[in-house]
Design a protein around this ligand. Structure first.
Ligand code: ATP
Ligand code: MG
Length: 731
């Protein structure tokens, strides 16, 4: 599948990103007017061209512009732009730059279905957010707890009740009501919830009798407020419309991908948090129901995340599902793209999961100060110079971005390509109504599962994996066959999972395993993990059965196996099988990953521990020299943005967590020492920088003997199943 064309460099080179590159998520940063929204629009256009479904969460009211993908000849242009001739010429030129004829552009537009959702309003398509509180799709206790927490906090936000999850009576009661209902597979309505506040189906909360904890008389007040939601005409729109179902938001009834703009700009802050949290929660649940994916399955874009994903201790209801998506979505081929003016809007735990960065102009002192703080606070970012980054990005022009991606060989400065859609400022309610009118006529009921856009073979990771597997719960079709092309293949259960460990408050990195458990006739469903598993990580499975392979029939008990049952058996039994010894560092409270070497762990410990006073002093000197070098370099450069790449590459060690030095040029050049001119000065500086770096490296060592070895068993919640299917293997 084709790469996403995002723009061109100053020398006219096209800047592209493979779609599957987005599965490690994206982050767009830049001051107001730097072109973030324009870039996001171009990106979404590229995604729909690649047939990837998108939900674009519009918090500022300008992303409905995505629904203005018009042909240059469309008479509707006159409705949306003052200068039709100019806009027509712009679109025509943009199409030409992409090599698209108007007919091809029409075909692209016909290949996806645009939707405009306005939760809490009927200007666009309304969404039923309150009518029913459906359980999360994942029946596990952890998923239920997370969803109940999100829904409760969202509801209390709507009611204007500030709730502390540890002490608030309202919170604890509602969370227990939802958890109880969902654990029993029920979908309570808001009416049910109001009634249950009056008469809960349990008599204790925690260790306390309900009536002592939250007496009937006091519950009355909560009931009245909840009832207010039901009675208020304002909230009537919250209970009408389509159910909030990501499957529908991503896919049309006829199987075409959808581009769903989820517009929340008209809502109050609390209402937005509630609506967006519920959406993200559902996407998270939906995602976990899908099998693992190598390619890009769907994208969720949030333009302007101010307030949605703030650093701790702030914890709005949007944060847990967003964090969950950033951490887990990769394995499911779901990508999150976030944009903001301000890097401190983002929780640092999320930053480490983002593989693709677009940094645009950041100019005001305030912005710079913020990025400085952000740089200083993120542990993985130590060792790089914030000052250089500041200098580089202050020189970018509007629409110019520094792109760094783990999927590209090196960072690059480019200008975003012109959007095909008409860029229109914030839309009025009337304008939204006009846009949504044709959509309201279309009934919708998607049935087809989300397709996985296959990864381009050359661009995938080094380990090819199975591409045809039989999802659990279905009749096992032909499973993949292990490596060989002849012999007798036995049925296995293929389980791919991620696990992290805890010792005290420390949490390890996640490691991913892929095991195949034999499905033997002497076993039962509950014993499925008892056989000795084969590790099949990285094993190339084949999609079709080679002729010379004979399949052994599945044991009869497998036919009755339900996905939910199997998942719960695995969740229950797998953790105890994953006991392992880990290294613990008491000083930094860090633990090693199960496969991490002591040396690798020591490097991480050093990053966390920070540097000694002496090293810090060296760091400061180094930073100053780097600034001076950047300055000298700037004098030398012709100020073309691309010339900044060298500095960028040095600075961008930050983003990849790699440490790289500024210097790429020859070492000594001492003959030039006393020569005047910026060039000699620069070479001198580079030499000094190298020496400082060398000294600094000597100060960064840790003796692995200080680590203690400890035994750790993961908690159930720390084991996440990424893929579960049958496989035929010739052992
Ligand atoms: N890809 C693009 N194609 C055409 N015009 C663009 C593009 N990107 C930006 N522009 C122009 O630049 C202006 C400002 O860009 P944009 O709205 O994307 O900035 P922003 O970074 O999203 O700002 P804010 O933070 O205020 O939302 C747009 O109104 C548009 O005129
Ligand atoms: Mg914007």
């Amino acid at each position: 599948m084709t790469d996403l064309l995002l723009g061109t460099t100053a020398s006219g080179e096209r800047v592209q990103l493979p779609p599957q590159g987005l599965t490690t998520h994206g982050f767009v940063l830049g001051m107001t007017g730097s072109g973030k929204t324009g870039l996001c629009v171009a990106l979404v256009e590229e995604l729909v061209r690649a047939k990837v479904p998108v939900i674009a969460v519009d918090t500022k009211g300008d992303l409905a512009t995505l629904l203005l993908a018009l042909s240059p000849e469309d008479p509707a242009l006159a409705t949306w732009t003052a200068d039709v001739a100019k806009e027509r010429a712009r679109i025509t030129a943009a199409l030409e730059a992409l090599g698209l004829t108007p007919a091809q552009w029409s075909a692209v537009r016909a290949s996806y279905e645009p939707r405009l959702y306005t939760p809490g309003a009927t200007t666009g398509l309304p969404v039923d957010l309150l009518g029913s509180l459906a359980p999360p799709t994942d029946p596990g206790a952890e998923a239920i707890a997370e969803a109940a927490d999100g829904a409760t906090r969202g509801l209390l936000g709507l009611l204007g009740i500030e709730a502390d999850p540890l002490t608030s009576h309202e919170y604890l009661l509602l969370v227990q009501l939802l958890t109880t209902a969902w654990t029993q597979g029920q979908t309570p309505t808001l009416v049910d919830l109001v009634r249950q506040v009056a008469a809960p189906p349990f008599t204790t909360v925690g260790a306390l009798p309900l009536e002592d904890f939250f007496p009937q008389k006091e519950r009355q007040a909560l009931m009245v407020r909840l009832n207010g939601l039901l009675a208020s005409p304002k909230f009537a729109a919250w209970r009408t419309g389509e159910p909030l179902d990501p499957q529908r938001l991503f896919l049309a009834a006829d199987g075409r991908p959808r581009l769903s703009v989820f517009s929340v700009a008209h809502l109050s802050d609390e209402e937005r948090l509630f609506a967006v949290a519920l959406l993200l929660e559902r996407v998270h649940g939906w995602m976990r129901r899908q099998g693992g994916a190598q390619g890009l399955r769907a994208v969720v874009l949030l333009d302007e995340i101010f307030g949605y994903f703030p650093p701790a201790p702030a914890n709005p209801p949007t944060k847990p599902p967003l964090l969950g998506l950033l951490k887990q979505a990769r394995a499911f081929g779901v990508s999150v793209v976030l944009a903001t003016q301000n890097p401190v809007d983002l929780d640092y735990r999320g930053l480490g999961n983002i593989g693709t960065w677009w940094v645009g102009r950041l100019q005001t002192e305030q912005d710079k100060a913020r990025i400085r703080d952000a740089l200083a606070s993120a542990a993985a970012w130590t060792g790089a110079s914030a000052a250089q980054l500041e200098q580089l990005i202050a020189t970018l022009e509007p629409r110019q971005f520094l792109l760094h991606s783990v999927h590209r060989p090196q960072p690059v400065v480019f200008r975003s390509r012109d959007t095909l859609s008409v860029l229109h400022g914030p839309f009025s309610a009337e304008e939204l109504r006009t846009l949504a009118a044709p959509m309201k006529a279309t009934a919708s009921a998607p049935v087809t599962p989300a397709p996985v856009v296959a990864a381009a073979p050359a661009a995938t990771s080094a380990t090819p994996t199975a591409n045809v597997t039989a999802p659990i719960g279905l009749e096992p079709e032909l499973g993949p066959v292990y490596e060989v092309d002849k012999g007798v293949a036995l049925p296995f259960l293929l389980l791919k999972f991620g696990v992290r460990y805890r010792l005290g408050a420390a949490v390890s990195e996640e490691t991913v395993h892929e095991l195949a458990f034999p499905l033997e006739s002497t076993l039962s469903a509950a014993e499925v993990l008892e056989g000795a598993p084969l590790s099949v990580r990285g094993v190339p499975f084949q999609g079709s059965k080679p002729d010379a392979v004979t399949l052994t029939p599945m044991p009869p008990w497998v036919a009755g196996l339900k996905a939910a049952k199997l998942q719960s058996v695995i969740k229950e039994r797998l953790p105890s099988k994953l006991e392992t010894k880990l290294l613990y560092d008491a000083a930094t409270k860090l633990i090693s990953g199960p496969t991490e070497t002591a040396d690798a762990f020591a490097t991480r410990v050093l990053e966390k521990q920070g540097l000694s006073k002496e090293a810090q002093k060296l760091m400061r000197q180094l930073e100053k020299k780097r600034v001076d070098a950047a300055q000298a370099e700037k004098e030398l450069s012709t100020r073309k943005a691309e010339k900044w790449l060298q500095v960028g590459a040095g600075v961008l060690g930050i983003f990849g967590g790699r440490r790289s030095s500024l210097s790429g040029v020859g070492r000594a050049l001492s003959s030039q020492r006393y020569e005047g001119g910026a060039e000699a000065r620069l070479e001198d500086l580079k030499l000094e920088i190298q020496q400082l770096e060398h000294q600094l490296a000597g100060l960064k060592e840790i003796d692995p003997r200080r680590f203690e070895e400890q035994l750790a068993v993961p908690r159930a919640g720390d084991v996440s199943i990424l893929r579960l299917c049958y496989a035929y293997i010739v052992p």
